[in-house]
Design a protein around this ligand. Structure first.
Ligand SMILES: Cc1cc2nc3c(=O)[nH]c(=O)nc-3n(C[C@H](O)[C@H](O)[C@H](O)COP(=O)(O)OP(=O)(O)OC[C@H]3O[C@@H](n4cnc5c(N)ncnc54)[C@H](O)[C@@H]3O)c2cc1C
Length: 440
């Protein structure tokens, strides 16, 4: 049985480990942190029950959903399924009915609230032209350029929020090619592809922890709190911190993978021109902030779009329900409000550029104004500075193959999707398929 090491226990690493184990390899996962999940993980201690960032899945995430089911996650319990909704607190915006594609999108556009007939016509015309072009365009085109024929309201209430949430890149810098691919798979895929799937558990429980349990039950191993320091070539395979493996799969973020490859002694010939590490290093990154707040009032829907702009940075807000654990000191339910338990709201700021304190204050003011919540109180702001790579036009992403027996997977590895859970999981499946089949 060939020995496979996976460096990184994020969604890509755990997905690759499960796939490699299914293919008959003996798999060991190394994860630097105590908990699994990487950039999509549960927070611990005082913030237990919440995540490092509010995440959303869509029905088109077929690989992710398939693997979650395989490792024993009850999808109906774990994810609340809703039709695509870009509804604003004032009732405006677009909601798709539960109809087959493309009728759902057509009906959603025609019934969008607050849009006049010219707005609707401009999106219908654009959608038809995207479909005629098979949702393809010049690799150099940005989403902003692609949207030039659209009316301002359609750009502000449809293109911009979708672009920011899917690509985490401002429209003026975002790849239209990748955006169109997301639109195609989401809006024209099989029934339910465009549905929003809202996690009902924390993100570690949603897949990585279940994958680890599955792996242990199938003879694999997960070593937490072990940051791999050294990769070296060894007798046709590789060693990690001195331990030999036949195949090593780097499932860590691009900067960590690049460091391991660059510092790898004695592998000069195998890395040819060193271009893999250079392309991983060349990626630029965008931040995402999640501002958690408390209120006595629930949202009208589990998720609402927000009007964002200067001084109002959040694009979406989610109702996370009652906190699962005790609140941090100072934010416990106050004695006078015992009857009114407070819910947690998660405000999401994609492509975030602000500093934490200014951002938190701006989001609180935005929430009070747009949601009419006078009692909104800041709980915690989590800023992931390198949340995703900047998904710009014509981007050259690193390949899955690095050298013989050395592979990479992760949301940044070359593929059609932006940095998403589905992109990470798909790249894991592709990398596992590149592994040499086990010796008979
Ligand atoms: C705030 C936020 C919100 C997001 N929202 C969404 C969303 O709504 N929908 C969506 O689909 N995607 C979303 N994403 C993107 C998604 O989280 C990522 O695409 C995905 O989690 C990347 O997974 P990965 O396994 O490729 O990498 P990572 O999650 O970065 O995993 C890499 C792992 O490797 C470990 N590691 C690094 N170096 C070493 C080492 N030397 N030894 C051992 N372990 C090591 C790290 O600790 C980490 O656990 C969001 C991301 C963020 C940050």
């Amino acid at each position: 049985m060939s020995r496979v090491a996976v460096v990184g226990g994020g969604w890509a690493g755990m997905a690759a480990a499960v796939q490699a184990c299914r293919a008959g390899h003996a798999v060991t996962v190394f994860e630097a942190a105590r908990s699994l999940g990487g950039r999509a993980r549960a927070l611990t201690e005082a913030m237990a029950g919440l995540d490092n960032g509010q995440h959303i899945l869509i029905g088109a995430y077929t690989e992710t959903l398939g693997l979650m089911a395989l490792v024993g996650v009850d999808l109906d319990a774990a994810l609340q399924r809703r039709t695509l909704s870009l509804r604003y607190p004032d009732g405006g915006g677009l909601v798709l009915p539960r109809w087959p594609a493309p009728l759902d999108a057509l009906a959603g556009i025609l019934t969008a609230r607050g849009w006049d007939w010219r707005d609707k016509l401009s999106l219908l015309r654009a959608a038809l032209s995207w479909k005629r072009a098979h949702f393809e365009c010049a690799p150099s085109l940005t989403v902003a350029r692609m949207s030039q024929t659209l009316r301002a309201r359609v750009v502000a209430e449809f293109v911009e929020p979708l672009c920011l949430s899917a690509l985490n890149t401002p429209m003026a810098q975002a790849s239209a090619q990748v955006f169109l691919r997301v639109l195609r798979d989401g809006l024209l895929g099989p029934a339910g592809s465009s549905h929003l799937l809202l996690p009902q558990y924390d993100l570690s429980r949603l897949f990585p922890d279940a994958a680890a349990r599955w792996l242990l039950a199938h003879g694999g191993e997960v070593r937490r709190a072990h940051r791999v320091q050294e990769l070296a070539p060894h007798a046709g395979g590789w060693t990690l911190d001195g331990e030999p493996f036949d195949t090593v799969l780097l499932a860590c973020a691009p900067w960590d993978a690049a460091r391991l490859v660059e510092e790898c002694d004695g592998a000069g010939a195998q890395f040819a021109d060193g271009s893999w590490a250079a392309s991983a290093r060349a990626l630029r990154h965008e931040a995402i902030a999640t501002v958690y707040a408390l209120s006595r009032h629930r949202l009208a829907q589990p998720m609402l779009a927000l009007r964002s702009g200067p001084g109002a940075p959040a694009q979406f807000v989610f109702d996370r329900g009652l906190p699962r654990r005790a609140l941090p000191p100072g934010l416990e339910h106050s004695p006078g409000n015992d009857d009114a338990q407070r819910v947690v709201l998660a405000f999401v700021v994609s492509a975030c550029r602000e500093e934490r304190d200014a951002l938190s204050q701006q989001v609180m003011a935005q929430g009070r104004a747009q949601l009419g919540l006078d009692d909104l109180e800041l709980l915690q702001t989590v800023v992931e500075r390198r949340a995703t790579f900047a998904c710009t036009p014509g981007l050259q992403r690193p390949a899955a193959y690095i050298a013989p027996g050395l592979l990479a997977c992760g949301d940044y590895v070359e593929g059609p999707y932006p940095a998403t859970l589905e992109g990470a999981v798909r790249s894991a499946t592709a990398a596992a398929a590149l592994m040499t089949p086990r010796a008979a």
